[in-house]
Every structure is written in structure tokens, then in C-alpha cells.
Design a protein around this ligand. Sequence first.
Ligand SMILES: Nc1ncnc2c1ncn2[C@@H]1O[C@H](COP(=O)(O)OP(=O)(O)O)[C@@H](O)[C@H]1O
Ligand SMILES: [Mg+2]
Length: 286
Amino acid sequence: MDTDNFHLHESTIKETDIIYHERLGFGADGEVYRITWKSEEGEVEAAAKKIKLPSDASRFQQLKFEIHVAQNFRHENVIRYYGYAITETHVIIVMEYAAKGSLFRYLKSLRKKDPKVHLSSGEIHSWAKQAAKGIQYLRKSSLVHRDVKSPNLLITADNTLKLCDFGLTKYLPETRSTYTGRGTFRWLAPEVWKDQKLSPKADVFAFGIVLWELITGEEPYEGMRPEHVVFSVAYGNKRPDIPTRCADVYRTLLTQCWQGDRDQRPTIDEIVAILDGTEQVFGIRK
Ligand SMILES: Nc1ncnc2c1ncn2[C@@H]1O[C@H](COP(=O)(O)OP(=O)(O)O)[C@@H](O)[C@H]1O
Ligand SMILES: [Mg+2]
């Protein structure tokens, strides 16, 4: 099985059954709205990602692949896809709604309210573990997400963290590994930039950046231009500064996830095991 060889189930959702509400976000090829979906079982509050039908065949193939893999995902920490609709102009992916938006925006609004306020140690630990479990679930199906970052981690009304956006997800081993770098430079592992090498360890590197975001509440390499970030990380061994008050367990984990040599990084299973074994750890020392 690879990204070019799969069968996509027929479209199950009609666009006429969708009522659009406010826009939740937008990206390179589409927009995301909160919607009401009139399903057979009744009205469901959901989210819809509306993407212009790609004219480029390989992009269209990747989009169908995104829907194909994501439709089968069933995990607490992975956003659930309900189905999709195709119109003459758009593909509309209907999925579970995350009321509190992305982790990236959540942290940004916390900073805006009070830059001195951080997530509690319980929140850091729980969300780190949930992000790791979402990545681990994909890994178990031999998939690499390739776009792990706080804007692609969503928070539901009950504070569950869920991985979303499988627009770059691929099966391993994959012969081709073209990286288009859609706004992900701050989370990008150096070898992906340098050699276009695809491996699950790129998701581990990105997880390290997310863990750092949870601990500090800050934006990685704030004020630096993305091209400068990617160059300094790949060739100057630059990494985000770890605050002195960071707990030792996290300091070690961050450093391991960010190893330049991807073989030195822990596997996602090891990360989950470490986090499972450290229930009582404090992210920030008092
Ligand atoms: N299911 C959802 N519930 C709530 N907000 C969402 C949902 N899906 C996406 N969003 C918002 O829209 C943004 C873009 O969605 P995403 O799937 O990452 O698309 P893109 O491929 O354009 O990056 C997210 O960062 C988030 O803020
Ligand atoms: Mg995204």
C-alpha cells in the first residue's frame, strides 16, 4: 500500500446537507468552517474543510489519500473524519469540531491575556502525552504525519487534544519524499530540510517543539524569519532556548527529541512510555 495505490470510498455527504457558520481557520488551499451537518442520525455540530479542487494531479491524489487514511482513524487524540462531499469546484471534508481551536491559538491568547501565566504542570503533562499518543496511533499504521505542530493540534470543549490536518501524511516506506514546506519551518527536522529524508523521527523532532511550546507557552524562535529558522536549525544546530526552570525530565526529553542525528532521537513509543511513567512531574519548577 502506498500513497498512489488505494481505493477511496464514494462520497457519503451531500453539500446541501451542510449549513455553514463562522470561519475557523484557513490555510494554503482551503478554509475551515464550523457547520451544522444534517446527517441521517440528526443534526451534528461539525467542522468542514473546504478545499478548491486541485488542478494538479499529484496534489489531488494526496488530497484523496488524506481523506482515505483519515476516514479510518479512530483514536481519542486524532480528529475524526465523518466523510466528504465533492462539488464541481471543491472538496469538502466534514470532521469532528474542536470548540477551543488550535493549541497554537490557545497559547497565543493566553500570552495576550498575561505573558506571565503558563499552563499548569498537569496541563503540560496531559497534553504532551495526548499529542504523543496521536502521533503514536498514526505510527502504528506505518504513517508519518509530516506536519506535526501546534496549529495542527486541536482542543475540544472537554480539553482533549487531537491531531488534525493529514494533508502531508504519508505511508512508510515511501520511495519519494518531496517536501513542499508549507509554513512548517519552525517544527521541521534538519534532515528533512537538508536531504528530504522521510522517517517517523521527523514527527518526533516536531513533537519536541510542541512540548517546548507547552512548557514555555511561547512561539518557537519568535521574531526570526522562517527561512532564517530553517537554516540556523539545519546548519547552525540552533534549537529553542530551554528555560532554566524547566524540569529535568522535560529538559532531557526535549534535548533527545531535537538531536541532529535522527537515530539518536527516541521513538514515539519510548516518548509515550516516558510520559506514562512520569505522572507526577512538574513542567515548571516553583
Ligand atoms: N475540526 C476543527 N475544529 C476547529 N477548528 C479547526 C478544525 N479543523 C481546523 N480548524 C482550524 O483551522 C485551521 C486550519 O486547518 P487545517 O486542517 O490545519 O488546514 P490546513 O491544511 O489549511 O493547514 C487549524 O489550525 C484550526 O485553527
Ligand atoms: Mg494545518
